[in-house]
Write a new protein. Structure first.
Length: 264
């Protein structure tokens, strides 16, 4: 079944690896006809809301902090709404506003603690958002990502947690890594969270996030090592086995490798 241009544009954007949506958008906007630019814009908006993106200044745009009455997103810590420019990856068009929601008493302390946590645990680019649902419920979104086009890879860790005064936490952690030198390899990992927390306060929330993400980091490493030892080994080209012993003392000047070294 053939695809029309708008369907193809939508498919390309929706399958773009995390961290590469900016480049994908710039490229598509420069090559598609004007009749398809609306499709590009609309699909990018849907992509951003569903997946979330980091903007310069550690702002996050996602469905969790989307303003229900406009096209803007909330930064609840500074009590501002903003739009974004996907091509420059910047938050723009800031607007002062008062959220119509109650904040937990520890909200400011939690924001500061998460800033410290992000700086300590995400060595590359990171952003976070703390969304108050009520004075007894809060959503935390953490995103850390690394883009390295010179070495042909991008990667992102995204965590979403919902904490409440009943000390019951639900959420998810997603890891998406794309490597594309002389090929196209993508690693996706997702873990759902459904646990209890020690306390509904800043220290209890950050400690829970720290412990959870440390455990999941080790789990990812273990699973990747298992893949590397078992599944991936069958993808490698096996070298021939000669079963002949090499006399390394006479190798220089005798074997091809030795003559190459001597001639250097």
């Amino acid at each position: 079944m053939s695809l029309n241009l708008n369907d193809l544009v939508t498919q390309i954007i929706n399958t773009a690896p995390i961290g590469e949506i900016n480049e994908v958008t710039r490229t598509l906007s420069s090559i598609v006809p004007s009749s398809s630019t609306t499709t590009v814009s609309k699909t990018v908006e849907e992509y951003v809301e569903e997946n979330g993106i980091i903007l310069l200044g550690q702002y996050i745009a996602s469905k969790y902090n989307k303003d229900s009455n406009s096209t803007k997103f909330w930064d609840y810590s500074s009590k501002q709404k903003f739009n974004y420019d996907i091509k420059s990856n910047r938050a723009i068009d800031f607007e002062r506003a008062e959220p119509l929601v109650a904040y937990p008493l520890f909200y400011g302390e939690l924001v500061e603690a998460l800033q410290t946590y992000g700086e300590d645990h995400y060595p590359s680019e990171f952003g976070y958002a703390v969304i108050p649902v009520s004075d007894e419920k809060v959503v935390v979104v953490l995103i850390g990502q690394k883009t390295n086009p010179e070495n042909f890879y991008t990667g992102r860790w995204k965590s979403v947690y919902t904490f409440n005064s009943a000390r019951h936490t639900i959420g998810s952690v997603k890891l998406d890594i794309h490597y594309y030198e002389d090929g196209n390899v993508r690693l996706n990992f997702e873990e759902n969270i459904d646990q209890s927390t020690a306390s509904f306060d800043a220290s209890g929330i950050v400690n829970f996030i720290n412990n959870t993400e440390n455990k999941l980091t080790f789990k990812v490493i273990e699973e990747f090592n298992t893949l590397n030892k078992n599944t991936f080994k069958y993808l490698r080209r096996l070298l021939p086995v000669t079963k002949s012993k090499i006399n390394w003392g006479k190798a220089i000047g005798t074997y091809k490798l030795g003559t190459d070294v001597v001639n250097q």
